[in-house]
Design a protein around this ligand. Structure first.
Ligand code: DC
Length: 225
């Protein structure tokens, strides 16, 4: 069924459901699931830990060129897709914190950071049998992908999903605040000079506003045929 579809690029804005879709799809095809956002988050996390000035593009770029980020098979059944380890510290959830959320768009707008990280992503992606998730996979990292999906949803719907996720974890959340952050990240991600968030010309655009995760998955599985 999936003979000719070996490299799948899955792009879209924050909280559009890309990770859930990518993971389920990779599992069902027996492919590697690679969420490239992890790499941008890891660099941001290290920079914050070391109190680096995030406006210092040269220093942040050097960090991206030299950082040792390890991705290992998931060691815990707590919703993670893999372990992200930096210097033997498991930072899988730390990287999803507010601090990183608020600063990762700045770090990922730097051309040198993107170049350093995209080279690793491309090398891994070209091996095939991969579902790679990000913002620029179909446009920059793997333009030769066999299938390109751009998963979209309105900012309101994405904020609502984030809000419900947080509430389900038993934590407090403010919908308006989340919506504001989603809109701000969209703005930075889609207006940056290098590799802005946009669908590739040959991407299949899926608007998931009125679809649940299972419907999106089935639709994409059909496209793999
Ligand atoms: O998908 P995410 O929310 O974990 O991504 C974190 C940040 O990294 C987000 O602000 C956009 C950026 N990113 C990117 O610029 N290019 C990618 N291929 C993946 C993520």
């Amino acid at each position: 069924m999936t003979k000719n579809i070996s490299i799948i690029a899955l792009d879209g804005p924050a909280a559009s459901g890309k990770s859930t879709l990518g993971r389920t799809l990779a599992d069902s095809l027996g492919y590697l699931f690679f969420d490239t956002g992890i790499m941008y988050r890891a660099i941001t996390w290290i920079a914050l830990q070391h109190d680096m000035d995030l406006r210092d593009e040269t220093a942040i770029t050097e960090l991206a060129q030299n950082a040792q980020i390890d991705i290992r098979p998931s060691s815990k059944d707590d919703g993670r897709a893999c372990d992200v380890v930096i210097g033997e510290k498991d930072v899988t959830w730390d990287m999803r914190g507010d601090d990183v959320d608020a600063n990762v768009s700045v770090v990922s707008a730097y051309a040198g950071v993107r170049k350093a990280l995209s080279e690793h992503q491309r090398r891994i992606g070209l091996r095939g049998r991969v579902v790679m998730v990000g913002r620029d996979i179909g446009t920059v990292v793997l333009p030769e992908a066999d299938l390109k999906i751009y998963l979209d949803a309105s900012a309101e719907e994405r904020a609502k999903r984030r809000y419900e996720e947080i509430i389900a974890r038993g934590e407090n959340a403010d919908y308006d605040e989340i919506l504001k952050k989603v809109i701000e990240r969209d703005r930075i991600d889609s207006t940056r000079a290098v590799a802005p968030l946009r669908p590739a010309d040959d991407a299949v655009i899926i608007d998931s506003d009125k679809m649940d995760a299972a419907q999106v998955f089935n639709h994409v599985l059909e496209l793999c045929k």
